[in-house]
Design a protein around this ligand. Sequence first.
Ligand code: ATP
Length: 322
Amino acid sequence: MKRIGVFTSGGDAPGMNAAIRAVVRQAYALGVEVIGIRRGYAGMILGEMLPLGVRDVANILQRGGTILLTARSQEFMTEEGRAKAAEKLRAAGIEGLVAIGGDGTFRGAMRLLEEHRIPVVGVPGTIDNDLYGTDYTIGFDTAVNTALEAIDRIRDTAASHERVFFIEVMGRHAGFIALDVGLAGGAEVIALPEEPVDPQAVAETLLASQARGKTSSIVVVAEGAYPGGAAGLLEAIRAHMALEARVTVLGHIQRGGAPTAKDRVLASRLGAAAVEALTGGASGVMVGEVEGEVEITPLKEAVERRKDIRRDLLALSRVLAL
Ligand code: ATP
């Protein structure tokens, strides 16, 4: 393999730049050229490509977002769109792809491989941590730390005003961020999409903690845990108790910022491993880190198998929120 392409797609995640850098420099070490594809599949269809040399990826290791930009593409969801993309890749002499993104990105990559025989290796880059075949996805650790910092600040004001705060964190389908943030932030209640959320039970928990003398509490809610998110849950709880509470939706601040050391190390390792796998003949797979070792998982499994949350940690959070 003489020339490969790299792109970022779907939601951006801190550490994507570190992964791009690792792809470019590992490829250089192996004598392989790298073409950067801008704006994910949208740019691929339009042929937005540029050669990436080792100096082009200098000074990006510590930057959030992605220098290649990212996008969502409706056109790529169609066969014609994918055919256009494949044509552009062939015209540019790209013999294989490193796809950095989440499950949607990998589904698209699988289609490209099936329909046009373009070899592809995925790198898990999403703050959601919802991919099977890796203990952590690139960006998750940073997102958790960013959300935690916000929660620590809210806790100060919650304690001073003796208030209950409902804090909504990202996670429409997965509660990984909410669980870690909730445990690390000492949340009274953690509401996750993976577990049924009963407003009456939450009300009882809050009433019991008030009875124990607690004057302020933090409730962490993953956006997909309850219809209407944190605000919806608060509304439903009010049917069971009178509750003076504030809602904070952390939103996109969770996506930005400099990647943590952990995310940089993970991105460096997986970016390099993806190039080694691709140039070594692997395709239709994702590189991940499982129990400290790099592991290769078929893309199909990475997107279709469910990675469960650590229910023991959820149980622990309840014990510790006394
Ligand atoms: P994140 O989970 O962080 O948002 P993601 O990679 O899951 O990242 P998506 O928006 O779901 O983000 O997917 C990115 C792009 O991948 C889509 O805009 C679309 O172009 C392509 N894609 C997603 N699913 C498919 C599919 N089933 N077939 C073809 N292309 C797809």
